[in-house]
Design a protein around this ligand. Structure first.
Ligand SMILES: C[S@@+](CC[C@H](N)C(=O)[O-])C[C@H]1O[C@@H](n2cnc3c(N)ncnc32)[C@H](O)[C@@H]1O
Length: 258
């Protein structure tokens, strides 16, 4: 049976790697490296840098592969993601059949943590479901962009004894601050924070966290919203891509003390 190590690698700083992750990479016969097109070669470079630093096993084989891109025209969001996952499953199946013998193992380096807004585990499940390759796998946790964000801003994630919501830009307006006074927003292509009109809201924003290009901005939303928008736009133009995340907060520790 082929064995797959699904390794969380943190969010751009090679020092985010855990000892467990380094050991898993060195245990793999093959390491698969995705290339996502020119704009994201920097992300592939981070994976290469990690392998260069930490893989000491001379027998390890490295295999690059192209990640299929998601088609969005004439499909609902769900159809588009479903089709995309199927295409990636077919790619993984081919990689396993072509590059691994039945008793060998491989590793994928997954951005951040494999359990947070990432589909690798769903894809591996689909590959098993297709029935052509017998697989077993393990998951190595990684530092998430949420942890990178709160560490860079030197803030706790939650207010004392309070919940936190993790959501996407598309859904922020539905929930903040009604569901939780702290919302972490990921995958926000529309800068949903700029549509929140609340004089008491704070924002802690970060882009390229963990990398040498990291930018962070924090303050009262009404005071810093424009600054974040212009900084984000300039950075995106300069790099050709951006990954950003933010925490929105209303209220303070012990606000509801009785
Ligand atoms: C597909 S999700 C992957 C999340 C990842 N599994 C994790 O644990 O953070 C991609 C989103 O994560 C956030 N993200 C990931 N890396 C980041 C970084 N270095 N700086 C800022 N945001 C990041 C952004 O919101 C981005 O849109």
């Amino acid at each position: 049976m082929r064995y797959i190590h699904i390794v969380g690698i943190g969010t751009g700083n090679p020092e985010h790697l855990t000892v467990q992750a380094i050991n898993a990479l060195n245990a793999a016969d093959v390491i698969f490296i995705p290339s996502k097109g020119a704009a994201k070669t920097e992300l592939a470079d981070v994976r290469r840098e990690i392998c260069h630093r930490y893989v000491t096993n001379n027998a390890t084989r490295f295999v690059d592969y192209d990640v299929p891109s998601r088609q969005t025209a004439d499909r609902s969001y769900v159809e588009s993601v479903d089709e995309w996952h199927e295409a990636i499953s077919a790619t993984y199946e081919r990689l396993f059949l072509e590059h691994l013998t039945d008793s060998e193992s491989a590793a994928f380096l997954v951005w951040g943590d494999p359990g947070l807004y990432d589909s690798t585990l769903r894809i591996i499940d689909r590959v098993s479901g297709r029935g052509k390759v017998a697989l077993d796998y393990s998951v190595i946790p990684g530092i998430t962009s949420i942890q990178a964000l709160t560490a860079s801003h030197r803030i706790p994630l939650n207010l004392v004894g309070k919940p936190v919501q993790i959501t996407t830009g598309r859904r922020l307006a539905e929930s903040f601050p009604d569901v939780a006074e702290t919302a972490v927003v990921m995958l926000d292509g529309e800068q949903a924070f700029s549509k929140i009109d609340d004089p008491d809201a704070y924002i802690y924003w970060g882009a390229y966290l963990g990398t040498k290009d990291e930018i962070i901005i924090a303050g009262r939303l009404v005071d810093v919203s424009e600054h974040i928008l212009s900084t984000r736009e300039q950075a995106r133009a300069r790099h050709g891509w951006i990954m950003d995340i933010y925490l929105m907060r209303k209220g303070h520790d012990f606000d509801d003390r009785e």
